[in-house]
Ligand binder design. Sequence first.
Ligand SMILES: [Zn+2]
Ligand SMILES: [Zn+2]
Length: 153
Amino acid sequence: MAECKECYSAHSRITPLLEPRNCLENHTQYICGTCGRCICIDRDEKRGVQRWNFPFKTLETAKLYLRTADASMKKPCGIYEITDKNGRRSYKIFSDCEALTAYLAKNRDKRCETKAPLYQRETYEEMPDTQIRRLTQQEVEQYLLEQQKNNGY
Ligand SMILES: [Zn+2]
Ligand SMILES: [Zn+2]
């Protein structure tokens, strides 16, 4: 299966990964206009962060959310590998190297060996059919059915 040119994943129903019903019912979604994949783009008003600002356990998972970062920042963002003081790795999306540097300055126990993104799209392309909104209850049920049927893929 080919990667979706809009949301960069070959698996059009793989997200949400955790508690899909809760996410689809309660969070604003980036709805891919090309493959229909829903990606959580909700903003936590208290902390002022979106889902894509959180650290991911794997590069692959971070890639599933990269489109929402690119769409929010209107530019190709990068996925960086962060190592904590115990040597544990995580993957975090930053809009650019300066955002990474600012994060490292505030989190002295974290490091980024390469200071360069492991993954980044070459360009950011706006797509005509993208929607960013809450789903209707009917859309939630339909999406969950499709997710079960395709086993997330
Ligand atoms: Zn969510
Ligand atoms: Zn897509």
